[in-house]
Design a protein around this ligand. Structure first.
Ligand code: ZN
Length: 168
């Protein structure tokens, strides 16, 4: 079966942000990555590069930053008061360190994440860019399995595996 709309594709991959750089993200045969094709679960261009592939096919392709997680936005680096990281009036100092990924909310209460890049006396600088923003994405790997999605998966728009439906 060929990878295409309403199929479930299971694959291994390695993701680099330099042609021969370190592996930044990966899925191996022990813990492969599965997704429902054609339901906006993965980057568009990632999907396009896998269309028509069958089990056993190897792949290697590159996405530009634009096709990936977008250009790096200098405006998305913001300075916050440490008070933002308070719980019941107490600043949670143990979560304030460079490199930590912290949960934030916009003015409407929608959650998003930021990465702390600088800590000063009473200010914290947070980078809201995706970690791969501004980077080309070099994917390589192998398609392990392509199967027809079942009707419930198509209805839900995602893969059901290992009998785990706890996400509902
Ligand atoms: Zn579901």
């Amino acid at each position: 079966m060929k990878a295409g709309n309403d199929t479930v594709v299971k694959l291994t991959y390695e993701l680099r942000t330099e042609p021969n750089g370190e592996v930044r993200d990966a899925a191996d045969r022990e813990n492969p990555f599965s997704f429902l094709f054609g339901h906006n679960n993965v980057l568009d261009k990632f999907e396009k590069n896998l269309e028509g592939k069958i089990a056993g096919n190897q792949f290697s392709f590159t996405l530009t930053a634009e096709e990936g997680y977008g250009e790096y936005d200098e405006q998305a680096v913001i300075e916050l008061d440490k008070n933002v990281f308070s719980h019941e009036g107490v600043v949670q100092n143990e979560m304030i360190f460079v490199g930590n990924i912290v949960p934030l909310q916009d003015q409407y209460g929608n959650p998003f994440q930021g990465r702390i890049v600088k800590v000063a006396d009473d200010k914290v600088t947070v980078d809201l860019n995706h970690p791969f923003a501004g980077k080309s994405l070099y994917f390589s790997g192998e398609v392990i399995e392509v199967r027809e999605a079942n009707p419930t998966e198509i209805e839900h728009g995602h893969v059901h595996e290992h009998g785990d439906h706890s996400h509902h």
